[in-house]
Design a protein around this ligand. Structure first.
Ligand code: PLP
Length: 379
């Protein structure tokens, strides 16, 4: 089955009681048993709820995985995965990383004796420098935020397999429509469902997807034991969002491309970071592992004036100044004072997060209006 058909149908059954075409919101905590242990597969909604169950099957299918597990946020999904590790274990992670991921690694799990190394994975040899017998997990985010670096998932998966450790990929930016890490050798995929999968800026949710029976059993055990599950109403909203994922992402990509090209030719713009450009350092890898290049575009202004960047984000009218990404509406952000404000200036500038860097989550509006909005703000 191809992507759009799976997005709309996988894991879903028409309601047996009424024939309702949409999965009902089973707003219930418990399930009546005919006798002790005699139930229809559901006992208590932390363990399993029919609406969440339908979503978990659907999300697994669109990532070409066997098992899906959904959580109350993207970070709750990561929390579950890291809890499969033990004190003394080590993790090698991308250094250009979502700020919340860096925070959960360093301020939550480090004190339980798990060690994290952050390396640039543009060149995979840096992974091997940190690899040792305690390394149990490699954590990859690609494309990265906000610099749009691309990491070669297949190359990293070979290193993981050779060293007997797991590879997890945060696939939030790419979406399963553009990139399927399990097909490229990853062991587990994580999503901030909050972003493109939900797609309408109305839900916070996370997911893990994998193929291995034992790993799935462990994930479900922790999901039930720690209890960071998502509710049935949110599960319904995401099931509805995923039905149009392929259509939305096609338009995000078209609009992203048009805006990247507009910015590239604008006299007030210095650099544009978008993996679709042939001179992007890892364009070839992006072309190989992604179906298209997505709707996230970052750029810097000519000069080094913080004021100029703050003016642009203030003057746009259609682009909304906000954190997050992946919704139908276009958002604009200023990493140096927003998402990356906690990182010292010299540190963030080393990875490219300078004062004039602006990040766009290009939405699915009419692109002519979006370009006119940017043109006006830039003049
Ligand atoms: C937003 C985000 C997360 C965290 O997800 P939440 O749903 O906000 O908890 C993790 N990784 C990436 C790449 C994100 O954009």
């Amino acid at each position: 089955m191809k992507f759009g058909t799976k997005a709309i149908h996988a894991g879903l059954e028409y309601d047996s009681a009424t024939g309702a075409i949409m999965t009902p919101i089973y707003q219930t905590s418990t399930y009546v048993q005919a006798g002790i242990g005699n139930h229809k597969g559901y006992e208590y909604s932390r363990t399993l709820n029919p609406t969440r169950h339908a979503l978990e099957k659907n999300i697994a299918a669109i990532e070409n995985g066997k098992y899906g597990a959904c959580f109350g946020s993207g970070l709750a999904a990561m929390d579950c995965l890291i809890k499969t590790l033990n004190p003394g274990d080590e993790v090698i992670s991308t250094d250009d990383l979502y700020g919340g991921s860096y925070r959960i690694f360093t301020t939550i799990f480090q004190k339980y004796g798990i060690k994290f190394h952050f390396v640039s994975m543009n060149d995979t040899s840096e992974i091997e420098v940190k690899m040792n017998k305690n390394t149990k997990l490699i954590w990859v985010e690609t494309p990265t935020n906000p610099m749009m670096n691309i990491i070669d998932i297949e190359a990293v998966s070979k290193i993981a397999k050779a060293n007997n450790c797991l590879l997890a990929v945060d696939n939030t930016f790419a979406t399963p429509y553009l990139q399927n890490p399990l097909d490229l050798g990853a062991d587990v995929v994580m999503h901030s469902v909050t972003k493109y999968l939900g797609g309408h800026s109305d839900v916070v949710m996370g997911a893990l997807i994998c193929n291995d029976d034992a790993l799935a059993e462990e994930i479900y055990r922790i999901q039930n034991s720690s209890g960071a599950v998502c509710g049935p109403q949110d599960s319904f909203l995401v099931l509805r969002g995923i039905k149009t994922l392929h259509l939305r992402v096609q338009r995000h990509c078209e609009n992203g491309k048009a805006i990247a090209n507009f910015l590239r030719n604008h006299p007030k713009i210095d650099d544009v970071f978008w993996p679709g450009f042939e001179n992007h350092p890892n364009h070839d890898v992006a072309k190989r592992q992604m179906r298209d290049f997505g709707g996230m575009v970052s750029f810097t202004l000519v000069g080094n004036q913080l004021e100029d960047a703050l003016n642009v984000v203030k003057k746009v009218e259609i682009f909304a100044l906000a954190e997050s990404l992946g919704g139908v509406e276009s958002l604009i952000g200023h990493p140096a004072t927003m998402t990356h404000a906690a990182i010292p200036k010299e540190e963030r500038e080393k990875t490219g997060v300078v004062d004039t860097l602006i990040r766009l989550s290009v939405g699915v509006e009419d692109v002519e209006d979006l370009i006119a909005d940017l043109e006006k703000a830039l003049s």
